[in-house]
Design a protein around this ligand. Structure first.
Ligand code: F6R
Length: 369
């Protein structure tokens, strides 16, 4: 049941405030994060972890990339992210001190399941971040951290993505607390961000009308680029994937700093570029770097669509369109920034008369390797 929406994807985009609230529920209290499923592994075991590898495919891998920044920051453990289908072919170094966190909405993705089995055979601690209750991957893993985002029907993942990021952040905060690597204030600040998130997500969902207009003018775009820095980089990758997947438009995401190392040659007159601008309040250095990136591409004729936090006027002279989002700490920005990108893919797909929920050549759950 689409609940009055034109597609499951539209419905699921709008469900993100509740999805994320459901991921957090029962896992925070009195300013601290406690995930019962992780606690069950025993604090000692969590304290001995010296390396985290996050695995997943597609959107799940981008959630993993975003989660990696936060887990490394909060738990002070080196974190790397690998595509599930690449993981075992590199003969990864795994010990009983390695935690392998798999991210999968369906919990049935064969590439990820095979990677998890490989990790189990090699003695790693396995944690599953999964949305579908009692799927194979969480059953095989040492611990299952369900996202509780509710069923996701559209092939293009939306609410599962924001819920996955949330779950990974909770894991980072739990590990940080158990390992004594974050102070009570940092923990309490993050918990507060989680509490404010549903309302901010609701506001971000309201970017729909502005995005619909933008998409209307851009319906015949042949290529769209997405730029971001830090956690904005995987968010850019996710924006590009959504567009490829459901609007069949060539799209690429780049780390903003990488532009001058090659991709800037792609910038030609009228090339649409979405730029995810970090907050000037909480990330002033990154912000100024991204603003210079905008100036560089604008000078070469790009059509710049800047996604900024409300009140950031620094990009106004260089942006053709500005999408304003509520204020949030750096780690929480991707959760908001991805929403206009999801709407954009949906609106371009609709403008091209395509089936938003059932894109060609794709299945919701990829159960072959
Ligand atoms: C993107 C998308 C795919 C999945 C990927 C992993 O919108 O749907 O990229 O994210 O196939 O699927 P799960 O999370 O079920 O393992």
């Amino acid at each position: 049941d689409k609940g009055g929406w034109s597609s499951f994807m539209a419905k699921e985009i709008t469900e993100q405030p509740e999805a994320v609230a459901n991921t957090v529920r029962g896992r925070v209290s009195a300013g601290t994060v406690e995930i019962p499923e992780l606690a069950a592994l025993g604090a000692e075991r969590l304290q001995t972890i010296d390396r985290v590898i996050i695995i997943g495919c597609g959107t799940a891998s981008y959630a993993g990339m975003i989660g990696a920044y936060a887990i490394e920051q909060w738990a002070r453990i080196p974190v790397e992210v690998q595509l599930s289908h690449e993981f075992r072919y590199r003969d990864p170094v795994l010990t009983d001190r390695t935690m392998v966190i798999s991210v999968s909405q369906s919990g049935e993705t064969m590439d990820t399941l095979m990677a998890v089995k490989y990790a189990i055979e090699h003695g790693a601690v396995t944690v599953s971040v999964c949305n579908s209750q009692s799927a194979t991957i969480p059953r095989e893993s040492d611990a299952a951290v369900y996202t509780h985002a509710g069923p996701e029907v559209a092939v293009a993942s939306t609410k599962a993505f924001t819920a996955q990021i949330t779950a990974l952040y909770l894991i980072g905060l739990h590990l940080g607390r158990v390992r004594g690597t974050i102070d009570a204030q940092t923990q309490a600040d993050a918990v507060q961000q989680f509490e404010l998130l549903p309302e901010k997500l609701r506001e971000a969902v309201e970017s729909h009308d502005q995005i619909a207009q933008l998409a209307h003018w851009m319906a015949d775009s042949r290529s769209v680029l997405f730029l971001g820095r830090h956690v904005g980089y995987p968010t850019a990758l996710e924006g590009a994937l959504k567009l490829k997947e459901i609007a069949y438009i060539h799209a690429e995401g780049f780390a903003a700093g990488e532009l001058k190392h090659g991709p800037i040659a792609l910038i030609d007159h009228g090339q649409p570029v979405f730029v995810l601008v970090p907050s000037p309040r909480t990330a002033p250095l990154m912000h100024s770097k991204v603003v210079s990136n905008i100036q560089e591409i604008r000078a070469r004729g790009a059509r710049v669509i800047a996604v900024v936090e409300k009140g950031d006027t620094s990009v106004l002279p260089y942006a053709d369109d500005v999408i304003r989002l509520p204020l949030a700490d750096v780690f929480f920005e991707p959760l908001l920034q991805v929403i206009p990108l999801q709407w954009f893919a949906l609106e371009l797909s609709t403008a091209k008369g395509l089936d938003v929920d059932q894109p060609r050549n794709l299945a919701k759950s990829v159960t072959v390797e």
